[in-house]
Write a protein that binds this ligand. Sequence first.
Ligand code: HEM
Length: 370
Amino acid sequence: MPDISPPITHQAKSPTWIALLGIALVAGTIALAFAWVAGWLTPERLTPQRFVNAIQAGNGEVFPGFRRAHAKGVCIAGYFEGNGEGVALSRARLFAPVRTPFVGRMSVGGGSPYGLDNKARVRSMALELNTDDGQQWRMAMNSFPFFGVSSVQAFYEQTRANTPDPATGKPDPAKQAAFADAHPEFKRFAAWAKDAPWSTSWASTPYNGVNTFRFINQAGQARNVRWSMQPQTAFEVMTPEQREAADANFLSEDLRARLAQGPLRWNMLVTLAQAGDAILDASQAWPESRAHITVGSVVVESTSPQTTGACRDINFDPLVLPTGVESSGDPVLAARSAVYSVSFNRRERDIASGKAGAAIGQAPAKADAK
Ligand code: HEM
């Protein structure tokens, strides 16, 4: 029988070294991409990790298990009640005339959970609101009416200029002066910090979203807005003498005492931008003449310690937004989102590894600096 099996052809052997080179190229590209993202190839580039390192250095030490900024605070809980006026501005469910529960946090600026309330110029409110359409809106607002500087890089430089000099334990006045000279917009903030009256309570303090966001309504119309929470509790000025005499934790003590008498309320005021208003620069306030629309109220019903309360494990990332609310594109918002995430991860790692400091008044343990 004739041999009908197919002739054996000599296939070109695929050289192993080409395959290996391909694998090495892919692996190398991935490694380079990781190294670039981590900032190892560009030591001068500002990364979220470097920003948090700078904040930690500015704090003088790391307080395990606590936020790397706004470290001192308490959890709060309550609800937002929409009055329906916001429906024309945004399709976010929050603005319907319904109650939306929230978990939140009242805090003071600064990196120490053991700081003194009467030295904290900046006070804050943060909310995580869960609407009945399954969406979530997180906000983090401050008592200052505008941001200190006009860019992320400038805030980084400010953080570095305020870092204590190891020789003196205090910031170097020359570095602070150089920073102020390079950032003239900071003068407005310095004037606010020096002259704006202090109130006697978290309850009577206004909280401002500061950055610009975009609201989109059912018809698809978009508007640039800022918002603030204006207290229904009357503003009571705290004199310098009262401040000097105040207890280190007077804010949380006052909040507990007030809530024992009943809920506390703030009106949410939405301010609409007009042509020419600064959208991407939160250091520039909009004129007072802009239209303000009251869209509902924040009602705080209870408070609990931040080390055991529900706010402990929340990252109040200002870019967790519902349908109907978007970032304006302000780069500070994107930077906040990235930096808060690093701060959150570090404190959660402290907690998971059993290093978290326990509570106000207890000696801090050693934390992970990275
Ligand atoms: C580039 C600018 C900013 C940086 C790098 C920055 C950094 C931080 C960091 C690291 C935290 C701690 C986050 C955590 O561990 O959960 C924090 C908290 C906070 N920030 Fe900022 N921040 C910036 C701008 C702002 C602005 C403009 C506001 C005000 C509207 C603001 C309001 C707050 C508030 C209220 C908290 C406390 C939130 C909470 O209770 O968890 N921040 N910030």
